[in-house]
Design a protein around this ligand. Structure first.
Ligand SMILES: [Zn+2]
Length: 231
C-alpha cells in the first residue's frame, strides 16, 4: 500500500479545511513556491492564499523562507510542503479514530440501553432510571434494547480500522525509509561535488603560483639581460 493522494487530502482537509486541498496539490513534490504564484494558479486573492497557508502552518504542514523584493521593498514568502509531517498526522488521526471506535464498542458491551417503541430516545441505564423507565418524549414504557447487532457492527469496524492502521504504518515506514535514502544520496552527491570543486580550486591555485613564478624568473632574466646590456 502507498500513501495515496486521497489519504493526504483527507488528513489535510480534516486539519486545515477542505479548501486547502487544491493548494496542497500545487505544493506537493516542490520546494519554495512563491505565494503569488499560488494565488495566480488558484485564481484567488493573495490574502485568501495566505490564510490557507497559515492554517497549514499551524499544523506544521508547511514551512517557509522569505526574500525581500528589491524593487517593491516588501517580503515575498516561499512555501514548502512537509511530507514527513503529513505522514505522522495520518497515523495519529487513524490511531485516534480506532481508539474512539474501541471506546464505543466497550460502552455498548458494558452497558444496557433502553429505547422507546416510537424510537424517540435511546438511554443508558442511569438515564432511564432517572425517567423511571418511561420515555421523556411520549411517555411509553422503555424496553431494554438488544444491541448485539450494534456490537457486531462496531467489532467489524474496529477490525477494519485496525487493518487499515497496520497497512498505513507499513506504508509510512516505507516512505520514511525512501525519503531517508534519497536524502543520503543527495548529501553524498553534494559532498562529491564539493570535493571536486575543492580539487579544481587547488589545481587552479597551483597553476597560478607556477605562472607567477615563471613571470618573476622571466623578469629576473630580463633584468640581468638589461644590466649586462648597460655594462
Ligand atoms: Zn417515546
Amino acid at each position: 500500500m502507498k500513501i495515496s493522494q486521497k489519504l493526504v487530502d483527507e488528513v489535510v482537509s480534516e486539519l486545515a479545511g477542505a479548501d486547502v486541498v487544491p493548494l496542497v496539490a500545487l505544493l506537493r513534490n516542490k520546494t519554495n513556491v512563491s505565494e503569488f504564484l499560488l494565488a495566480e494558479k488558484l485564481d484567488v486573492e493573495i490574502n485568501l492564499v495566505r490564510n490557507m497557508l497559515y492554517r497549514l502552518y499551524d499544523n506544521s504542514l508547511v514551512s517557509f523562507t522569505r526574500k525581500k523584493d528589491k524593487k517593491k521593498g516588501w517580503y515575498i514568502y516561499y512555501w514548502t510542503f512537509n511530507p514527513k509531517r503529513v505522514r505522522e498526522l495520518i497515523v495519529d488521526i487513524k490511531k485516534k479514530k480506532l481508539r474512539k471506535l474501541k471506546e464505543r464498542l466497550m460502552r455498548e458491551k458494558n452497558n444496557q440501553f433502553f429505547i422507546c417503541e416510537n424510537e424517540c430516545m435511546r438511554l443508558d441505564f442511569e438515564q432511564a432510571h432517572d425517567y423511571k423507565f418511561k420515555c421523556p418524549e411520549c411517555g411509553v414504557l422503555l424496553n431494554v434494547q438488544d444491541n448485539r447487532k450494534t456490537i457486531e457492527r462496531l467489532e467489524k469496524e474496529c477490525e477494519k480500522a485496525e487493518n487499515e492502521l497496520k497497512l498505513i504504518e507499513e506504508a509510512v515506514a516505507k516512505e520514511e525509509k525512501a525519503a531517508k535514502e534519497a536524502a543520503a544520496k543527495r548529501a553524498e552527491r553534494e559532498e562529491k561535488k564539493e570535493a571536486k570543486e575543492k580539487e579544481a580550486a587547488k589545481k587552479a591555485k597551483k597553476k597560478a603560483v607556477k605562472k607567477a613564478k615563471k613571470k618573476t624568473t622571466k623578469k629576473k632574466v630580463k633584468k640581468k639581460v638589461a644590466k649586462k646590456a648597460k655594462k
